[in-house]
Design a binder for this molecule. Structure first.
Ligand SMILES: Nc1nc2c(ncn2[C@@H]2O[C@H](COP(=O)(O)OP(=O)(O)OP(=O)(O)O)[C@@H](O)[C@H]2O)c(=O)[nH]1
Ligand SMILES: [Mg+2]
Length: 439
């Protein structure tokens, strides 16, 4: 079981249980410990964090209106976040970036990914190969550069990287973002250090970024420490996070050194680079959108359970719909809900959102003018009833018909979902618990 899965399982235990007590909490804490240690997070750190989780969960009072269950999940989220560090967003603007690191950590690949990243943000980008040891190094960088459509500069015959930088200065300085790929070594020895220091002086970089392979887990911390002391880092990029069972260990160890993780590499392709945002990263690891925001919203909305259950069953009346809509028509609620959904799911256009908000409000006003009987049996709403409801609500008969159409469409859509049992289960669960988007 991977880290993500193990963490999700622990959260699910809380979401599913009918009662949250000390026993359950102890079990969840044990699950968390096991998952984190397996991901190579330092044992002492794991103990510190899980003790804090347990203590806070037992002692602190959840804020008013927040259930203990939701509160514990948010405490876990907060505490896990504390071990991931702060991250650091890259500056989008002209700059010189020097990539350093040992053999095979992913420097050259990452140089290409970064070039693509800045190019897509409207900056002109050039790559420079300062590896004067391996004859093939320039060719590799050139291929990478070609893939992302930026120029690569190098001098395969030059023996001194500092002279190389001076000679090429005239060419690369025309570009807004210049990324320097450096030669790898098997160890951070004196020779490499001397070279990196001289090179750093010649380049005058705005960023000195260490490229680290996340599959080495905790060891990444020691390497970051050593490089930081030797050349002064402005950031770290962790590569190979895609296959890294030890990614959690690498992240937490680097975070402890104080060097911020700026990006993570998640594959071999040029687009496999992500700005590292600890909150978003963790939320995704836990299989949730912004957990806390979502919890707050659902608690605020308290979607009337019975009505929600009926809607999912496909046998619902306008009244059930009214109950749910009434909750969601409160100003800003829909907007907040959408913005808290996992990325991709929530790709909703501003315009569509505004229209939905307006519809909800209009429909609610119309339903306020219906009788109990009409809400329970919407089929009877015809002719003069439509006129009466329209007059009562100050809306047009056309709008009343539109509402009825929406209701019939919703019914049909949900009935159609009957065939899709999995989807229905998920929806039912979400409406019931409002907490688990992971399944
Ligand atoms: N899965 C995965 N593979 C990666 C990632 N980044 C780099 N690699 C692979 O790691 C290997 C080494 O990458 P390079 O970019 O050549 O590493 P380097 O640090 O430039 O190596 P040297 O120049 O020899 O020191 C290549 O096979 C890359 O495809 C990543 O984020 N995920
Ligand atoms: Mg290389």
């Amino acid at each position: 079981m991977g880290l993500a899965e193990a963490l999700r399982e622990a959260l699910r235990k809380i979401a599913r249980s009918s009662r949250v007590d000390e026993e359950l909490l102890a079990e969840v804490v044990r699950d968390l410990q096991r998952a984190l240690i397996r991901a190579d997070v330092d044992v002492r750190l794991v103990m510190e964090v899980t003790e804090r989780i347990e203590e806070r969960a037992l002692k602190e009072e959840p804020p008013k209106g927040v259930s203990l269950r939701s509160y514990i999940i948010s405490v876990i989220h907060q505490e896990l976040l504390s071990i991931l560090g702060r991250g650091r967003a890259p500056r989008i603007g002209p700059q010189r970036i020097m990539l350093v690191g040992l053999y095979g950590q992913g420097k050259t690949t990452t140089a290409g990914k970064l070039a693509r990243f800045f190019k897509r943000r409207g900056l002109s980008v050039a790559l420079v190969c300062t590896d004067t040891y391996r004859p093939a190094a320039f060719e590799q960088l050139r291929q990478v550069a070609e893939q992302v459509g930026v120029p690569a500069f190098g001098k395969p015959d030059e023996g001194d990287p500092v002279r190389l930088v001076r000679d090429l200065e005239r060419k690369f300085s025309k570009y807004q973002v210049v990324i320097f790929d450096t030669a790898g070594r098997s160890a951070l020895d004196q020779e490499l250090l001397d070279e990196l220091r001289r090179l750093k002086e010649a380049i005058g970089p705005d960023e000195v970024i260490l490229v680290l392979d996340a599959t080495m887990g905790q060891q990444a911390g020691r390497q970051a420490e050593a490089f930081h002391r030797a050349v002064g880092l402005t950031g770290v990029i962790l590569t190979k996070m895609d296959g890294a069972a030890k990614g959690g260990g690498a992240l937490s160890a680097v975070a402890r050194t104080g060097a911020p993780v700026m990006f993570i590499g998640t594959g071999e392709k040029m687009e496999d680079l992500e700005v590292f945002d600890p909150d978003r990263y963790l939320s995704r690891l836990l299989g949730l959108g912004d957990v806390k925001a979502l919890m707050e919203i659902l608690e605020e909305a308290r979607a009337p359970e019975e009505a929600a259950a009926k809607i999912v069953s496909g046998r619902f009346t306008l009244k059930d719909l009214y109950e749910v809509w009434r909750e969601f028509s409160r100003p800003g609620l829909l907007r907040k809900l959408v913005s808290s959904l996992p990325l991709g799911v929530a790709d909703v256009k501003e315009e569509a959102l505004r229209k939905s908000e307006e519809d909800l409000w209009r429909f609610r006003v119309i339903m306020d003018s219906m009788t109990e009987e009409e809400l329970e049996n919407p089929e009877i709403i015809k002719g003069t009833r439509i006129l009466r409801i329209a007059r009562g609500s100050g809306r047009s008969p056309r709008e009343v018909r539109e509402l009825l159409k929406h209701y019939r469409m919703a019914r049909k859509a949900i009935k159609g979902m009957r065939g899709n049992r999995r989807l229905r289960r998920i929806l039912a669960k979400q409406l019931r618990e409002g907490s688990d988007w992971a399944e």
